[in-house]
Write a protein that binds this ligand. Structure first.
Ligand SMILES: *[C@@H]1O[C@H](CO)[C@@H](O)[C@H](O)[C@H]1NC(C)=O
Ligand SMILES: *[C@@H]1O[C@H](CO)[C@@H](O)[C@H](O)[C@H]1NC(C)=O
Ligand SMILES: *[C@@H]1O[C@H](CO)[C@@H](O)[C@H](O)[C@H]1NC(C)=O
Ligand SMILES: *[C@@H]1O[C@H](CO)[C@@H](O)[C@H](O)[C@H]1NC(C)=O
Ligand SMILES: *[C@@H]1O[C@H](CO)[C@@H](O)[C@H](O)[C@H]1NC(C)=O
Ligand SMILES: *[C@@H]1O[C@H](CO)[C@@H](O)[C@H](O)[C@H]1NC(C)=O
Ligand SMILES: *[C@@H]1O[C@H](CO)[C@@H](O)[C@H](O)[C@H]1NC(C)=O
Ligand SMILES: *[C@@H]1O[C@H](CO)[C@@H](O)[C@H](O)[C@H]1NC(C)=O
Ligand SMILES: *[C@@H]1O[C@H](CO)[C@@H](O)[C@H](O)[C@H]1NC(C)=O
Length: 825
């Protein structure tokens, strides 16, 4: 379960993985999250923590609040004392703000006893929490074009909005998080009550006005593993880099120069550079637990964040409950109930179907795409052929004038016989001791992808160290026929270097090398006559087709339990850039040695896509302070685009390297997020907390008792079909005959507008809309009946959309995904 990329042979990812594993406990103690009967403090007696909507907010310092919190904690302790044997457990947290429950470290048999205890609603084993970055370091560059939308503009850059980040912490001294006294904040965040914890590398001055709150949650991590104080700082300090990356993408200052190895790559800016940052550290280099993540969410909601960003989470569905009712999803539901917009990574388990780890309709699940920026690198061979590759490094000395000796690592092994020529670590350039200094000095050395990279024990860092130590002019890492193409995500190299992941291209280099290299009978090289030069690899090119859904991005359909039968909710919800994103980093870089010392890193993952949407949500919230989370989510979805920079349907990467196919809603949700569209959507589809409960109550897989156990709510109402939850998407996972789906729209525009309704029917169906057009006043409400009828049974989902075109140019799109099972009921 350690964070190795799960790759499908013959595709190999160059393994530089954030390894936030989770130890397995076999017979030993494990972490369990327990939900209890009774209201948490936030929702006690009808009160609620709500940042803006009703202005009534609970004061956590009030006597009433404290008294109820204490009652809950006492009840948790009493339950543990009465149900479990003494010394068989330790309580890690009492959750009391938005969920009533606790986390306990105990044995499986004790956990069984808890399940039977009075007042216990749910007992769930902690599946661990991971950072959702799979493909790590890459080029340098910066979110440009569409992604710098609103960067630097005070009026619309997130003033007065607090974004909460549950992640690996933050690097407080990074310029992306600096407070500029010449440019003080004007937004009012009196609704936010966070505060700062201090500790190693996190002095009180870290909360500087840009960072407005910082806390850390470690009881789960400390119970699950032995923490290493050199990297697992018990403070909000980010030793990984991931949390800083995510925070700066959403809310980093505008115009921060990105300089790596002395090379200037451009300027960095968050999506909402004037938003404030609240840090909730819950994942450590050694381990991440859901227990700490849920505890962090509980605190963030209590503090009053406006937006909650979750680039963390379990990477597999829960075993002990349905997806929607896990403790993690219930915590997100409580956040929504408290008026907080929740955005989460959909996961990096793509491109297989039903690989999403974001399930619930109350959180926005973000898929990842690339941008149109690439960093093309190249090698020039002595015979004039140029080969493409990737590497964020400068050129070899005298590029354009000088070629340098080319040497295959295997042919440069010391002749004294101390090292054999063939082991993988030799051809992979992992050990400088094995190579003859005289042969490799000032040469371009060809290293070969082999077993060590395949199994994750070899690293690019080791190649770079070998290259520096022995004075290589540069290095080339070529693909190996035994392993096929690999996926290269470049990192900045301090020495000229390039990765050639394409086997065909690699073969050309090797063929040229063998032709020019003289060898004696036993195969030892006697004269190296092959020559080459490595070109500049740090200059961005903005030519690529974009966006393309990233291979790793998890795919729908959504599902309810581990048998992964599709359900009637669309996941992912939205697409945002998450491939090769430049943002802030932590020089400690405890999980990625290749990035140690760097202040910026190019990263990939749905982790990187998620904060783009968080930042855009902050812009929407600032622009429309009274909007509820579901209104913001609706605005973001209905204004998304399905088309790429060429005006064609956005493509998605498939499992074969270089393969793409036209995206469906299960790849990109509603499509690529459009910040300017989301600010002014015309219509929104509102959904409230009670609606989510009614939705849960209408699912055949979930009993009313299970809903009550998880949420504390009785099934007062059920929807007559789960697809009638008022989402900005329609999903019918098993349509027999026909079905009428209802949607309710609210005009958030300032003028009356006339909308014409049209549908692109998914194959095998015909959609009828009623009414065919309508006129709607500002703040008016309109119901739309959508009849979906099967005309031909299909053997898979088919896709279409509903488009409402307004007379004032608002266009509202609703993705439709249907599995037409049979013509008759
Ligand atoms: C901020 O908002 C609060 C509540 O709306 C209000 O009481 C307070 O006066 C405002 N502060 C400033 C500086 O505008
Ligand atoms: C703790 O982390 C440091 C830095 O990564 C490492 O050198 C050291 O070996 C680790 N200690 C243990 C006990 O794992
Ligand atoms: C990985 O491959 C290297 C190089 O062949 C080998 O030395 C090492 O033992 C392998 N490790 C594992 C865990 O398979
Ligand atoms: C250079 O050598 C390679 C390998 O033999 C060959 O494929 C390529 O065509 C050669 N280029 C030129 C320009 O001759
Ligand atoms: C999942 O739900 C389906 C009904 O949709 C049910 O048939 C199946 O048994 C459930 N599987 C598990 C593992 O609970
Ligand atoms: C590898 O390179 C060859 C020749 O340049 C090209 O035809 C092929 O499509 C490339 N393969 C991939 C997966 O890009
Ligand atoms: C269910 O009904 C009860 C009693 O009328 C009410 O207090 C509660 O808020 C309702 N819950 C939902 C989710 O509608
Ligand atoms: C709900 O909780 C009760 C009491 O703790 C338990 O007996 C029951 O099995 C649970 N029901 C479901 C469906 O989870
Ligand atoms: C619908 O079916 C037609 C004919 O089978 C096919 O060409 C087309 O690609 C399908 N469209 C979609 C969106 O699946």
């Amino acid at each position: 379960m350690a964070g190795r990329a799960s790759v499908m042979p013959p595709i190999f990812f160059l393994a530089l993985i954030v390894s936030v594993g989770f130890v397995s406990f076999a017979e030993e103690r494990a972490l369990y999250m327990v939900l209890m009967e009774g209201d948490p403090v936030a929702f006690h007696g009808g009160s609620r923590i709500s940042s803006r909507e009703d202005g009534r907010r609970l004061d956590p310092n009030s006597e009433v609040f404290k008294a109820h919190a204490k009652r809950l904690v006492d009840s948790h302790d009493q339950l543990l004392q009465s149900a479990l044997e003494t010394r068989s457990y330790s309580k890690l947290y009492s959750f009391k703000h938005i969920v009533n429950g606790f986390a306990v470290h105990t044995t499986p048999s004790q956990a069984e006893k808890l399940k039977a205890a009075a007042g216990v609603k749910l007992v769930e084993r902690d599946r661990g929490a991971k950072l959702m970055t799979t493909y790590t370091p890459e080029f340098l560059g910066l979110p440009q074009g569409a992604w710098t939308h609103d960067g630097g503009d005070d009026r619309s850059a997130g003033e007065g909005i607090v974004i909460g980040f549950v992640d690996s912490g933050i690097n407080p001294t990074h310029p992306s998080f600096a407070y500029d006294p010449l440019h003080p904040f004007t937004g009012n965040i009196s609704h936010f009550l966070g505060s700062c914890e201090t500790g190693p590398r996190f002095p009180a001055s870290s909360c500087n006005g840009k960072i407005v709150s910082a806390k850390f949650f470690s009881a789960g991590a400390e119970a699950a593993a032995t923490l290493n104080s050199t990297v697992d700082f018990l403070s909000p300090f980010d030793a990984v880099g991931h949390g800083s990356h995510v925070a700066s993408t959403a809310a980093g200052n505008a115009g921060v120069p990105v300089v790596v190895n002395g090379y200037y790559y451009g300027e960095a800016s968050g999506m909402a550079p004037r938003a404030r940052i609240a840090v909730y550290k819950a994942v450590y280099p050694t381990v991440g637990t859901l227990t700490d993540v849920v505890s962090a969410i509980d605190q963030a909601i209590l503090d009053g964040v406006d937006i909650l960003t979750l680039s963390v989470g379990p990477d597999e569905p829960p075993e002990d409950t349905v997806t929607f009712l896990s403790a993690y999803d219930i915590a997100m539901l409580s956040a929504r109930r408290a008026g907080v917009f929740v955005v989460q990574a959909t996961g990096n388990q793509g491109p297989g179907i039903s690989s999403v780890v974001s399930y619930s309709p109350w959180a926005v699940g973000v898929a990842s795409s690339g941008t149109d920026r690439t960093y093309p690198g190249s090698i020039l061979l002595g015979n004039g052929t140029k080969i493409e590759g990737v590497g964020l490094s400068g050129p070899t000395f005298g590029y354009g004038l000088l070629l340098h000796k080319l040497v295959l690592a295997k042919d440069a092994v010391k002749a004294d016989g101390t090292f054999p020529r063939t082991p993988p670590y030799v051809e992979e350039c992992q050990y400088s001791e094995a190579l003859d200094h005289n042969v490799v000095l000032d040469s371009i050395v060809i290293c070969t992808f082999s077993e060590g990279f395949y199994n994750g024990t070899s690293t690019l860092t080791a190649i770079i160290n070998t290259a520096k130590g022995l004075g290589f002019m540069g290095f080339i890492l070529v693909a190996n026929p035994a392993y096929g193409d690999f996926i290269a995500e470049p990192i900045p190299f301090v020495v000229p270097g390039i990765l050639v992941p394409n086997l065909t291209n690699s073969q050309v280099i090797l063929q040229y090398y063998e032709q020019e290299t003289h060898k004696e009978e036993k195969g030892f090289a006697t004269r190296f006559a092959a020559k080459a030069a490595i070109g500049e690899g740090r200059v961005a090119s903005f030519m690529g087709q974009a966006p393309v859904v990233s291979r790793f991005s998890s795919r729908g359909p959504d599902f309810v339990n581990t048998s992964r039968t599709p359900c009637d909710v669309l996941k992912p919800d939205i697409l945002a850039p998450g491939h090769q994103i430049w943002a802030a980093w932590s020089p400690v870089s405890a999980s990625e040695p290749a990035l140690t010392g760097y202040n910026f890193a190019l990263q990939s993952g749905t982790s990187m896509a998620t904060p783009h949407v968080a930042g855009i949500a902050a812009l929407v919230k600032q622009y429309n302070p009274s909007w509820t989370p579901s209104m913001i989510a609706s605005a973001i979805s209905t204004t998304a685009t399905k088309y790429d920079t060429n005006g064609e349907l956005i493509m998605a990467e498939g499992s074969g390297i270089g393969s793409t196919y036209p995206s469906s809603h299960f790849d990109f949700g509603a499509g690529l997020v459009s910040p300017s569209g989301a600010l002014d959507p015309g219509l929104v589809l509102p959904t409230g907390y009670e609606d989510y409960i009614s939705f849960l109550c209408s699912l055949p897989e979930i009993s009313p008792a299970a809903v009550r156990n998880a949420t504390g709510e009785p099934c007062n109402n059920t929807l007559d079909h789960p697809a009638n939850l008022n989402l900005p998407s329609i999903t019918l996972s098993a349509l027999r005959g026909s079905q009428i789906v209802r949607r309710i729209f609210n005009n958030v525009g300032s003028k009356p507008e006339t909308y014409v309704c049209s549908a692109v029917s998914p194959n095998g169906t015909i959609i009828d809309l009623c009414p065919a057009w309508f006129r709607i006043a500002p703040e008016g409400i309109q119901e739309l009946h959508i009849q979906v009828k099967v005309t031909q049974a299909m053997d898979d989902f088919t896709f279409g959309e509903i488009v409402l075109t307004g007379s004032l140019n608002h266009i509202v799109r609703i993705p439709v995904s249907v599995f037409p099972v049979s013509i008759s009921k």
